[in-house]
Design a protein around this ligand. Sequence first.
Ligand SMILES: Cc1cc2nc3c(=O)[nH]c(=O)nc-3n(C[C@H](O)[C@H](O)[C@H](O)COP(=O)(O)O)c2cc1C
Length: 220
Amino acid sequence: MTKLLFIQASPRRSESASIQIAQTYLEALRQEVPHVEVDTLDLWRADIPQFDGDKVAAKLNVMLGKSHNATQRSAWDQILEVAQRFISADRYLLAVPMWNGGVPYRLKQYIDVIHQPRVLFGLDPETGYFGLLKNKHATLVLTAGGYAPNRPSPAFGVDHHSTYLRSWLNQAGVTAIDEVRFQPTLLTADPAGDLKRAKDHAKRLARAHARMKMEMSGAA
Ligand SMILES: Cc1cc2nc3c(=O)[nH]c(=O)nc-3n(C[C@H](O)[C@H](O)[C@H](O)COP(=O)(O)O)c2cc1C
């Protein structure tokens, strides 16, 4: 069965435009693929551990091929537990508002916890980073109040939001990525119309994804 991890990076719950659009995507997907298993991760209510000194030491020892002491082993086990939930999904749906040009800090904290050597990526001294995830797909729902791709940058902001998410996912091995944007949400004369257009785009994307049976199964 296809497992989809729905990551909510906005704290605004039902008020959140990105979550509303992502939910529209999910409803359309479920109509076509009723057996999809959805795991919802609300990053503002989930217990995401601090990435503290013990975890940094554990990470560096993995990178250097050194063993862990008892404290580091426990820190690494905590990391693996959080990462396993991410790894076990076939598909990702991320609802992410732009915050100060980038992603909300709870999402950055989550990425700092799970993006680990020998867990999501490897590093070859000759050729560089390579992803360890295979046959995954990500759908990004991206909102921003003032920024939009067709507005002058940096006057309306710089996109460290979609670019960061894509480079992180790529480094982990997730290269099949689609996106739905509702940008700008605030500097628009027609917020309701723009929201509806973004939801319509989300529905079309979900139906297209449902038609791609191979991708939905998470198979190669
Ligand atoms: C802390 C914070 C920082 C923000 N920074 C930006 C920004 O840099 N650029 C921008 O265009 N909008 C910015 N916004 C506006 C949000 O991206 C916008 O309101 C978005 O629609 C919120 O999505 P949501 O409804 O899913 O939470 C920011 C909002 C907050 C709360």
